[in-house]
Design a protein around this ligand. Structure first.
Ligand code: NOJ
Length: 551
């Protein structure tokens, strides 16, 4: 069976499951997830009812940033397997009706990439160096970085080279880790090289790409200082290295590559930009197909903020005719069960660091996360599910310092706990770690799993009425059926403060009680699915969502 051909493009309403390969399933017993493990678990994904998988970077990498430091864009990291295994996976996924998206990392590569190694050996001003952003330092001896830009992982965004004579030389820009030099997208060789990479994978049947740091590729000419700014970077229209207009020409070129295939390939942008109309520019009809809506991800569990985010997103996307893309979590943010377990003030909650020290009610967090899943899956457009979300996994907040691997931890002088807490290998079955993540006698998982995850495993929740996995399966099944979830709009229905109630298509109604008094179901409504128990009067209590059919 090949992926279904629908009359409208599949990606406009697809549910995509994010596979973080090192934490999904370990096939060879080294404690690190791999392609062999993923291939074994493909039937699970098909059964879940998703349309596609997105696989985080699986290319050869020194793993200084969990694979986002790519040494070779057209091969497979040996820890994960081989190119032949990747090709087999593509075929098997397609045979199960699943599309496959990869992750392309165009802002930077690994310092071990052949181009960067050549650049280090070449002289200042050489064509090899022009593929990256090298500059002399300031100060009497060039000892001060060329400008004031700050790395996303902490500290200056520049690293200094050492010449063959052992003397310090020019600096190179790296917005993330020192081992992740930024490409110079003003150099046409860079575009040509990435187009070659896109075609390499498209020719092997890959259905699309998630674009890492899609808003970061172009830097302001002259690399001016950021200086004192009042707006956060993602909301600053004049920032010197985020969301510059030049990025759009790159995506118009990429779109042509994608559209040159018979069954056109698609892109989803990781672009932390704000507000919605700036995000919408990435999904104009000749650019990218979709872009993650992170405003929604960081919105606290408060009805007015959720409603505002939904309305803003729908309006901005409607302007350009693109579908919105909803997401509750990914490998970079604290899991939503733990975010929603905290007091929901108006401040966005994103990192584990935003949560630590705040009182937590994890049962409440899970209840809200389940309601949030039904809300997200009822909205028009596409949605992404991060592995383990369908199991209701919480963030692992107490990983010992010694096991932390995210470069954020060391680069911030250990002031940030980083993102490892949402990357812990997922539990499949059994009473104790490794919970079926690896074959029976294997090395321990690369990050330790909490001993109390047995009840959250796939096998513990499979076919168990009311489990979170059961809720996701049913929601995805209903979403694929003819329950009136068609069309790209929604219509709000009158509801009390603290509630979100809308209808879509013909007769479908989603009611979400965020914090209101219990909500009565409309007369004659048929209950399709509920995220939690209704009260004795059959009403929807706070932190609960229902899907209904009304005639
Ligand atoms: C965003 C990725 O999702 C994150 O994991 C990575 O550290 C940065 N981009 C840098 O590539």
């Amino acid at each position: 069976m090949s992926p279904p051909r629908t009359p409208y493009p599949w990606w406009r309403s697809a549910v995509v499951y994010q596979v973080y390969p090192r934490s999904f399933a370990d096939g060879n017993g080294d404690g690190i997830g791999d392609i062999a493990g993923l291939r074994k678990r493909l039937p699970y994904l098909a059964d879940l009812g998703i349309d596609a998988v997105w696989i985080n970077p699986w290319y050869p990498s020194p793993m200084k940033d969990a694979g986002y430091d790519v040494a070779d864009y057209r091969d497979i990291e040996p820890l994960f397997g081989t190119l032949a295994e990747a090709e087999a996976l593509l075929q098997e996924a397609h045979a199960l009706g699943l599309r496959v998206l990869l992750d392309i990392v165009p802002n930077h590569c690994s310092d071990q990439h052949v181009w960067f190694q050549q650049a280090l050996k070449a002289a200042p001003g050489s064509p090899e160096r022009d593929r990256f952003i090298f500059r002399p330092g300031k100060g009497a001896h060039g000892e001060i970085p060329p400008n004031d830009w700050i790395s996303e992982f902490g500290g200056p965004a520049w690293s200094r080279t050492t010449g063959p004579d052992g003397q310090p030389g020019d600096w190179y820009l790296r917005i993330f880790a020192p081992e992740q030099p930024d490409f110079n997208w003003d150099n046409p060789e860079v575009l040509a090289e990435f187009e070659k990479t896109l075609r390499f994978w498209f020719d092997r049947g890959v259905d699309g790409f998630r674009i890492d740091v899609a808003h970061g590729l172009v830097k302001a000419s002259g690399l001016p200082d950021v200086g004192p700014r009042t707006l956060p970077a993602h909301a600053d229209a004049n920032h010197p290295h985020w969301d510059l207009p030049g990025v759009h020409a790159i995506y118009r070129a990429w779109r042509k590559v994608a559209d040159s295939y018979d069954d056109p390939r698609i892109f989803v942008a990781e672009a932390w930009v704000h507000p919605g109309d700036r995000l919408a520019r990435y999904v104009r009809s000749d650019e990218l197909h979709t872009a993650f809506n992170f405003d929604y991800l960081v919105a606290p569990w408060r009805a007015e903020q959720l409603r505002a985010s939904i309305n803003g997103t729908l309006a901005a996307h409607a302007e350009v005719g693109a579908p919105p893309t909803w997401v509750l979590s990914n490998h970079d943010v604290a899991r939503e069960v733990s975010r929603y377990a905290r007091p929901q003030t108006t401040a966005p909650l994103r990192w584990l660091d935003d949560l630590l020290g705040q009182p937590a009610d994890f049962a409440l967090g899970l209840q809200r996360a389940r309601a949030a899943a039904l809300l997200m899956l009822a909205l028009p457009g596409g949605a992404y599910i991060y592995q383990g979300e369908e199991l209701g996994l919480p963030e692992v907040e107490d990983l010992p310092d010694a096991v932390l691997q995210d470069p954020m931890f060391e680069q911030t002088g250990r002031t940030s706990r980083g993102r490892d807490g949402c990357r812990v290998p997922i539990p499949w079955e059994g009473a104790q770690p490794h919970f079926g993540f690896s074959p029976p006698t294997s090395a321990p998982p690369w990050l330790p799993q909490p001993a109390n995850w047995a009840a959250l495993s796939v096998s513990a929740q499979s076919r168990v009425e009311g489990s979170t996995l059961d809720l996701y399966r049913k929601a995805l099944q209903l979403r694929r059926s003819d329950i009136g979830l068609g069309g790209y709009g929604l219509q709000w229905l009158p509801s009390p403060e603290g509630a979100l109630v809308f209808t879509r298509g013909s007769g479908f109604v989603c009611m979400v009680n965020v914090s209101a008094e219990p909500l009565a179901l409309p007369a004659g409504a048929k209950l399709l699915l509920n995220s939690g128990t209704l009260d004795a009067q059959g009403r929807v209590p706070a932190d609960t969502a229902v899907w209904l059919h009304t005639s």
